[in-house]
Design a binder for this molecule. Structure first.
Ligand code: FES
Length: 130
């Protein structure tokens, strides 16, 4: 039987950055078609950097560990760097996931990227004027 890595167990039992932000700059929500679970990321952006991240995941333990890991990976990165975080990078950072749980890692980076896209869409008018 596959054992979850210590890192997965750590992020599952003690997830970082759970919750909601006051007045987030970008929100991204994705659903996993294979199981119906939902993940939502909220970000704060300052000077083109992700300065804060919070997530809420209505999903399995692997999805919660993935969300927690993504939130840690994204914090402090530029928006472009955060856009370059892939689902595979997240799974690798968690030291692997069982094969039948790999689909759970597909939500993490996608939800983050959606939050960044949401931020960019909301702020494109402002930067167009400037
Ligand atoms: Fe749905 Fe893992 S079983 S995200």
């Amino acid at each position: 039987m596959f054992q979850y890595s210590d890192k997965v167990m750590d992020h599952f039992t003690n997830p970082r950055n759970v919750g909601e932000l006051d007045d987030p700059d970008g929100v991204g929500r994705v659903g996993n078609p294979s199981c119906g679970d939902i993940m939502e990321f909220q970000i704060k952006v300052n000077d083109d950097h992700v300065t804060d991240v919070k997530f809420r995941t209505f999903g399995c333990g692997a999805a919660i560990a993935v969300s927690s890991m993504v939130s840690e990976m994204a914090k402090g990165k530029t928006l472009d760097e955060a856009m370059n975080i892939t689902n595979k990078m997240v799974a690798d950072e968690l030291e692997g996931l069982p094969k039948n749980k790999l689909h759970c890692s597909n939500l993490g980076a996608d939800a983050l990227h959606k939050a960044i896209e949401d931020y960019r869409a909301k702020h494109s008018e402002v930067s167009d004027k400037g």
